[in-house]
Design a binder for this molecule. Structure first.
Ligand SMILES: Cc1cc2nc3c(=O)[nH]c(=O)nc-3n(C[C@H](O)[C@H](O)[C@H](O)COP(=O)(O)OP(=O)(O)OC[C@H]3O[C@@H](n4cnc5c(N)ncnc54)[C@H](O)[C@@H]3O)c2cc1C
Length: 371
């Protein structure tokens, strides 16, 4: 079967990859010269620890397995580095104790560590903290390598065609199949079509997505200069437990109120060590459009003070700042899938875990295709 994938982000690219491996011919279309949207602006985290019990954890664990397999056959910087969520005081540590006793703690790879155990793993953490919740299932890819690595792998298949600089402005279905066209009337056709537009809910998709339970979320991010010593885990602060659904039934009301700046920008500290020894840090969340066009300083002053407190040394300077948008479901479902016509679907709305669950989303699409 010939499949057309619209969108060069991670959701589209995972569809292309799994479709090729299932023996389909694939043309993948992208409006930009290379992917420039959410999928290269993120932390690259494959974040299992915070997923809600039930289907969300199940899809994340399946995706984690697929990521590892894909990471073994392509150069994407996949690392099973795990994470440490740091308790900076006793009340945070008490909540982490409860997390480590959750019925599914084992499948998440949760382990409660005291300060000495944390420092045995990460001697560079010399600040004021009590202990940490380790998650051995958390992993990461390098956003800077991800698409070159996946494209190299895909391009080694004679079944794959990459078609950048093609902005789809129309979709239609007729008796010969599914078709998309650009502004010049150029057409790409296939038996099967998967449209993965990310947060581009407008344009030719507006008529299909107008009433969809989707919203866009705006985030601000940063990257530091290289850090002088090695760090082998991703780091989170306990604010992350306020936002991740895995922890919603734990006694979060025993935590001290969030710092006003962190509460105002719906922040948590996530810090991912990169292969070049820089740290990707974030993040803020904005849910109401129109989003601010400004990159703000105050939230990052806060994040640097948290880093400094955990590391016990001044936080490395921020070298680069950027922002990004993702598409998120507003009704609690894991992601959005809608049939546009026989053999054609739109898939988006993976939210802040879109990178994490992307291969499992693609697997679900492709398993539903005729063989
Ligand atoms: C700052 C930030 C940090 C994040 N951190 C993480 C994380 O660590 N872990 C995690 O799991 N998730 C994370 N996420 C979420 C994750 O990045 C997204 O859910 C995911 O990248 C969405 O992938 P996508 O392919 O749907 O969208 P996108 O990456 O936005 O890709 C969509 C692509 O479709 C193309 N396109 C759109 N319209 C057209 C058209 N008409 N014609 C042709 N091409 C078109 C766009 O150009 C784009 O390249 C983060 C998101 C952000 C913004």
């Amino acid at each position: 079967m010939k499949a057309v994938v619209v969108g060069g982000g991670i959701i589209g690219t995972m569809h292309a990859l799994l479709a090729i491996e299932a023996g389909h011919e694939v043309v993948q279309i992208e409006r930009d010269p290379r992917p420039l949207s959410a999928s290269i602006r993120n932390f690259g985290l494959v974040w299992v620890s915070g997923r809600a019990v039930g289907p969300e954890l199940e899809i994340a664990l399946r995706a984690r397995q697929l990521w590892e397999e894909i990471g073994n056959r392509s150069k994407i910087g996949f690392r099973t580095q795990g994470s440490l969520t740091i308790a900076q005081n006793e009340s945070e540590f008490e909540v982490m104790k409860a997390a480590a006793l959750m019925p599914d703690a084992h499948s998440r790879g949760f382990k409660l560590l005291d300060r000495n155990q944390v420092q045995a793993m990460e001697p560079v953490l010399q600040g004021k903290f009590v202990g940490a919740l380790q998650c051995t299932q958390d992993a990461a890819v390098e956003p800077s390598l991800l698409f070159s690595g996946l494209r190299e792998y895909l391009s080694s298949s004679p079944l794959y065609t990459w078609k950048p600089n093609f902005e789809v402005v129309d979709f239609y279905h007729d008796e010969t199949g599914n078709h998309v066209t650009d502004i010049n009337g150029n057409k790409v056709s296939g038996d099967l079509m998967v449209i993965c537009p990310g947060s581009a809910h407008q344009g030719f998709l507006a008529e299909f997505l107008e009433a969809a339970p989707l919203r866009r979320v705006h985030l601000q991010m940063g990257a530091t200069v290289p850090f002088g010593a090695s760090l082998n885990h991703s780091i989170a602060d306990a604010d992350s437990m306020r936002y991740y659904p895995a922890f919603k039934d734990l006694p979060l009301d025993t935590l001290a109120p969030q710092e006003p700046i962190a509460a105002a920008y719906k922040m948590q500290l996530l810090l991912v060590p990169r292969l070049d020894r820089t740290f990707t840090i974030g993040d803020t969340h904005e849910y109401e459009e129109p989003f601010t066009h400004e990159i703000l300083e105050a939230p990052y002053d806060h994040l640097r003070s948290v880093i400094s407190a955990i590391f016990g040394t001044p936080a490395p300077a921020i070298a680069r700042r950027w922002s990004g948008n993702y598409s998120q479901m507003t009704n609690g479902e894991l992601y959005y899938r809608r049939e546009l016509a026989p053999g054609a679907v739109v898939v988006t709305g993976g939210g802040g875990r879109g990178n994490t669950i992307s291969p499992a989303i693609a697997e679900e699409t492709i398993n539903a295709w005729p063989q």
